[in-house]
Design a protein around this ligand. Structure first.
Ligand SMILES: [Zn+2]
Length: 364
């Protein structure tokens, strides 16, 4: 792992690495750009480069080794969704009174705190910024510089005001990174106290040609599908498990077809029957729900007249026909249903049963 596996946005990345070389990385910076541009990956790479115990130089600029204790632990935060799911599951286990007080945070290294939007509202909350305020004035224990990474620009008002106070006089041993899809989501006063670096989306063609190089086992239509499913995120595209995705999507389609044409419950239950309890079943169910959400999003895109953004392009015809049969309300209800099955999974409810309920409720 190094900066050499970061695709795209060469100029911005070079400026940031030059700042590290000159020991002038700003104390507060905003990485702004669309989903999939690599904002989070880049933020972790910056934290790794500044704190690497065996730093190296590539293309004449500072880089990290990827294997020292600091690089490894910071790198463990890279699968953000999985880390956030762990934190949510841990919170679910708490007593009701503690649950309310517990905010979602990801910390795989003692001096690198990742602050994601807190569910269910998916906003950065005051309690999360309070943790930053409590920690940021202590000297880093194992890093040369502590990093605080906000993965969303959607702040609750009190949380934004509290962060603003820190930004007025940030300690020199810390770096605050804010990731924003839209700069306008951040208070002007927060923006004016931070350095802004912009990232652009990685063009689909660029990802497809990278896949052609690295995944020659995939045919061009498969590469086109994966590039879209990864939503422009290079790392996700390269590591994409296409076989598992297609199996999960086939099952999700059984549920949709059952709901939208003549219901065939025996076929449906034969399929849901294969979703068992235990860790394996849990993963299989999570994959099914992920595939279902990508199909529902495509139905939404087709309904809103933006077919160019559809991700499951290999079955676009069938999805277009389905989108004619459903309403916006139906799609939204189906999305809520997916989230209910997900939270049921966390409470260890019977999987096949909650899948059956979900599938049956979709029948109009
Ligand atoms: Zn290292």
């Amino acid at each position: 792992m190094s900066f050499q596996d970061f695709l795209g946005n060469e100029t911005t990345v070079r400026h940031l690495r030059e700042a590290i070389a000159a020991d002038r990385l700003p104390h507060a910076l905003i990485l702004a750009g669309p989903r999939g541009a690599g904002k989070y990956t880049l933020a972790l790479k910056l934290a790794q480069t500044v704190n690497c115990l065996n730093p190296k130089v590539t293309d004449g600029l500072p880089d990290y080794c990827g294997v020292c204790a600091n690089c490894t632990r910071i790198g463990q935060a890279v699968d953000l969704d999985a880390r956030v799911d762990d934190a949510i599951a841990a919170r679910e286990e708490l007593r009701e009174v503690d649950k309310k007080e517990t905010r979602i945070l990801v910390q795989t290294h003692p001096d690198v705190l990742v602050i994601p939007p807190d569910p269910p509202q998916l906003l950065i909350k005051l309690g999360q910024v309070r943790t930053l305020v409590r920690e940021i004035y202590r000297m880093p224990a194992e890093a040369s510089r502590a990093f605080y990474i906000f993965t969303s620009a959607a702040f609750m008002k009190e949380a934004a005001n509290s962060l603003l106070k820190v930004l007025e006089e940030p300690p020199s041993h810390a770096c605050i990174i804010l990731l924003a899809e839209n700069l306008g989501d951040l208070l002007p006063t927060i923006r004016s106290r931070s350095c802004i670096f912009r990232l652009g989306a990685i063009p689909l063609e660029q990802i497809e040609s990278l896949l052609a190089e690295r995944r020659p086992d995939w045919r061009p239509p498969q590469r086109a599908l994966v590039a879209r499913l990864a939503q422009g995120a290079v790392g996700q595209a390269l590591g994409f498990d296409l076989e598992t995705y297609l199996a999960s999507r086939a099952d999700a389609l059984v549920i949709l077809r059952n709901a939208l044409s003549e219901p065939d419950y025996s076929a449906l239950f034969r399929m849901t029957e294969t979703y068992r309890a235990g860790a394996e079943g849990q993963e299989k169910t999570a994959n099914l729900l992920g595939a279902m959400l990508s199909l529902l999003e495509d139905l939404l895109l087709l309904q809103s007249g933006t077919p160019g953004l559809v991700r499951n392009i290999d079955i676009q015809k069938e999805l277009a026909a389905m989108s004619q049969q459903v309403s916006l309300d139906w799609i939204e209800a189906a999305e809520r249903g997916v989230h209910q099955v997900r939270s049921g999974m966390r409470r260890n409810l019977l999987r096949s049963l909650s899948l059956d309920t979900f599938a049956t409720e979709l029948v109009r």
